[in-house]
Design a protein around this ligand. Structure first.
Ligand code: AP5
Ligand code: MG
Length: 212
């Protein structure tokens, strides 16, 4: 299956992507994760990405489109399919993706759109913790790890309240035209994101079982 997962920052894209990948074995392609890996390795792209991400702004389209194209061209994609998480995030990226898929002979089969009330997102992001060793995402209150030790977890730099506010504004402004683009193609499946993590996944599972 070739899929997108969309939703505002903190909607639960990464959380649900981990479950989808486990069950359906598609390749998870998160542009945010790719940028954070480049930032950790202090590559040229990482240094550039950091200057945008730390302010809650989007990384320029040419950089982002380039890394997605490179990843989608790898051998495993035709075999496993993909789940793009956090891309496209501008209408220009959506148009670029249409062309990339044509060039690579791939078809998009569905867009999972996690719909949440924006007022809950600050709480979700300020409580998000990530396990240093595995990279797994948890939440201090909503999804606490079994044996929580503070030193084993970290919080994302861009989860500071002032940066979160900017991320939400940027993503709300950019999101609608992208959804309209995919709705016109009949690809969008809206999922209620204001429910327990496992219930969100049940709804996604139902959609994906029908797409298989
Ligand atoms: P990215 O990493 O994609 O961040 P984001 O879109 O802001 O989304 P998040 O990863 O913060 O949230 P999520 O939806 O994955 O939520 P999660 O599952 O973790 O991008 C970061 C930055 O990189 C961007 O700001 C931009 O600068 C740059 N970038 C990336 N892609 C780009 C692109 N295409 N173009 C340009 N720039 C780009 O969940 C959040 C928390 O809530 C967790 O603690 C989780 O445990 C909890 N939670 C999840 N689901 C539930 C639930 N149902 N109930 C209660 N709690 C829940
Ligand atoms: Mg994420």
């Amino acid at each position: 299956m070739n899929l997108l997962i969309m939703g505002l920052p903190g909607a639960g894209k990464g959380t649900q992507a981990a479950k989808i990948v486990e069950q359906f074995q598609v390749a998870h392609i998160s542009t945010g994760d790719m940028f954070r890996a480049a930032m950790a390795n202090q590559t040229e792209m990482g240094v550039l990405a950091k200057s945008y991400i730390d302010k809650g702004e989007l990384v320029p389209d040419d950089v982002t489109n380039g890394i997605v194209k490179e990843r989608l061209a790898q051998d495993d994609i035709k075999e496993k399919g993909f789940l793009l998480d956090g891309f496209p995030r501008t209408i220009e990226q959506a148009h670029a993706l249409d062309q990339i898929l044509v060039d690579l002979g791939l078809d998009l089969e569905g867009v999972i759109n996690i719909v949440v009330d924006p007022s809950c997102l600050l709480e979700r992001l300020s409580g998000r913790i990530i396990h240093r060793e595995t990279g797994e995402t948890y939440h201090k209150v909503f999804n606490p790890p079994a044996d929580y030790k503070e030193e084993d977890y970290y919080q994302r730099e861009d989860d500071k309240p002032e940066t979160v506010k900017r991320r939400l504004d940027v993503n709300i402004a950019q999101g609608e035209p992208i959804l309209a683009h995919y709705r016109a193609k009949g690809l969008v499946h809206d999922i209620e994101g204001n429910q327990d993590i496992n219930d969100v996944f049940k709804d996604i599972q139902e959609v994906l079982e029908n797409l298989k």
